[in-house]
Design a protein around this ligand. Structure first.
Ligand SMILES: Cc1cc2nc3c(=O)[nH]c(=O)nc-3n(C[C@H](O)[C@H](O)[C@H](O)COP(=O)(O)OP(=O)(O)OC[C@H]3O[C@@H](n4cnc5c(N)ncnc54)[C@H](O)[C@@H]3O)c2cc1C
Ligand code: SF4
Length: 444
């Protein structure tokens, strides 16, 4: 059981030159491009598509990378039908321009041809610390380094990238592609210190005492939400975070043995749950169930992903709330469920699931993967005790600047927004970098 055998064919190929130009030629060249307004990171597709149409490829690459240092990864991972492509005027004629795919092509083209957008700047400005090397941290670091700030990223894990390195499956974002994009950032002079968590009491404030003139906090949300207290002790119950991280780090054989020929139930309705069912099928699970307490239409995962999972044979157990595990000698035997019906709307505006009394039943399962979200690490508020946080332990930061309650400490990404998107984390990094520069120039 290995990656090539089980997952290789799932890799989605990017556009080649002909396809990218043909797609760009469909663009209506809107005067005030709505697609650009639909991009949370101001990547400006209206401009890069126009440049590609005029065969100015290096100019197009420049637009992408100058606006979005992770433009390649975003091109692959952005839920474009909900963002830039949602606004595309070509939809009124037939279908939207495939903006994400064009963007990915441009960055891939630069990698293949060795075209570099940035020269290494002279690093002669103040030292700035970044905590966390996910998309928010990388984006902030790159923006600062481009202007000559000396940036050090402190990363708890062995590899940089956050969810891009430990969450998103390799068949969606290849390691080689991401490594190239990461190199664009380290080539700017950004230093990334891996295996270096900033997790001592007051460790973040201490960075300011150690000579860093500003800090950007982007540690993300890494505490998986569990179904119940028993989850972590049962043999056969895993979190999506550990499952996907293991696969991302080449442990196909190890997880393959646990899943091959088994009945697997994945709990959750988002993209992470879909990634988990796809991966389970690829590891030759006998049956794969997706258990979700609301309806199909209410699932947060993109419609195309949901439909593909259905077509590929995933059995959707909708309107079913998992309540407990059935075990035998510490080993998982089944998942206890109760049926639900949709009641009144909740605070999210969706009709909430209401349990139907007496409708409990047990789904036989050898493996359960919990993909029910993640939250801030329990003791994370101790890392930055003077920074204001909310009841969910998210950091409270100004939307326009990323400034926190402590002078010189800024924050962004999931730890501020809650679970969000790569492109939004990129934008938070950019916004905070602008504010940090102003702060260090004494302009705020
Ligand atoms: C499995 C999965 C799939 C996803 N797929 C998509 C997708 O397809 N498209 C999309 O747009 N979004 C997707 N998302 C959401 C997206 O990845 C996140 O919104 C984004 O990564 C948030 O970026 P971030 O920089 O805030 O945090 P993260 O990416 O979580 O990075 C935080 C980093 O900080 C490090 N860290 C934590 N604590 C410390 C500490 N004390 N000291 C030092 N370092 C620390 C962590 O190790 C990590 O590397 C997905 C999320 C998951 C979990
Ligand atoms: S970064 Fe994402 S949302 Fe923005 S233009 Fe590119 S693909 Fe669209």
């Amino acid at each position: 059981m290995n990656y090539d055998e089980n997952f290789k064919e799932m890799e989605e190929k990017g556009f080649d030159w002909g396809q990218a130009v043909a797609e760009a030629n469909r663009c209506l060249l809107c005067y005030d491009p709505p697609c650009s307004k639909g991009c949370p990171a101001e990547t400006d597709p209206g401009t890069f598509i126009r440049k590609l149409r005029l065969k100015n490829v290096t100019g197009a690459v420049r637009t992408v990378k100058e606006n979005n240092i992770l433009g390649g990864s975003c091109g692959v991972l952005c839920p474009t039908p909900l963002l830039c492509e949602l606004e595309c005027s070509a939809t009124e004629i037939d279908r939207p321009i495939q903006i994400g795919k064009i963007q990915r092509f441009l960055v891939e083209h630069a990698f293949k041809t060795g075209f570099k957008v940035f020269e290494k700047p002279a690093a002669d400005k103040e030292k700035v610390a970044v905590v966390g090397s996910g998309p928010a941290g990388l984006s902030c670091a790159a923006e600062l380094a481009k202007d000559g700030y000396r940036v050090t990223i402190f990363e708890a894990k062995a590899k940089p990238g956050g969810v891009l390195a430990y969450g998103v499956p390799s068949y969606r974002l290849s390691e080689d592609f991401f490594a190239e994009e990461l190199k664009d950032i380290t080539d700017l002079g950004v230093e990334i210190k891996c295996n270096t968590p900033v997790d001592k009491k007051g460790g973040v404030e201490k960075l300011l005492e150690e000579g860093f003139k500003a800090v950007f906090l982007a540690p993300g949300l890494w505490e998986p939400i569990r179904l119940n207290e028993k989850s972590r002790e049962i043999d056969g119950v895993y979190t999506a975070t550990e499952f996907l991280a293991a696969l991302r780090n080449g442990k196909h054989e190890e997880f393959g043995k646990k899943i091959d020929g088994k009945s697997v139930a994945v709990i959750g309705g988002g993209s992470v749950a879909i990634d988990s069912v796809e991966a389970s099928r690829r590891l030759n699970a006998k049956d794969v169930y997706l258990v979700y307490r609301r309806s199909f239409a209410q699932m947060p995962a993109e419609e195309t992903e949901r439909v593909e999972a259905l077509q590929d044979g995933t059995q959707f157990l909708l309107l079913n709330q998992p309540v407990d595990y059935i075990t035998e000698n510490g080993k998982l035997r089944g998942l206890k469920l109760v049926r639900t019906k949709l009641g009144d709307k909740d605070s999210s505006g969706r009709r909430k699931p209401v349990e139907i009394p007496g409708s409990e039943w047990v789904l036989d399962a050898d493996v359960v993967i919990e993909a029910i979200g993640s939250r801030a690490v329990e003791d994370s508020t101790d890392w930055y005790p003077s920074v204001k946080t909310n009841e969910k332990k998210y950091i409270v930061a100004d939307k326009e600047t990323g400034a926190t309650s402590v002078k010189g400490i800024f924050a962004g990404g999931d730890i501020v927004r809650g679970p969000a998107l790569v492109v939004e984390a990129v934008q938070d990094g950019k916004v905070a970098a602008r504010a940090i520069k102003k702060y260090l120039r004494g302009e705020e």
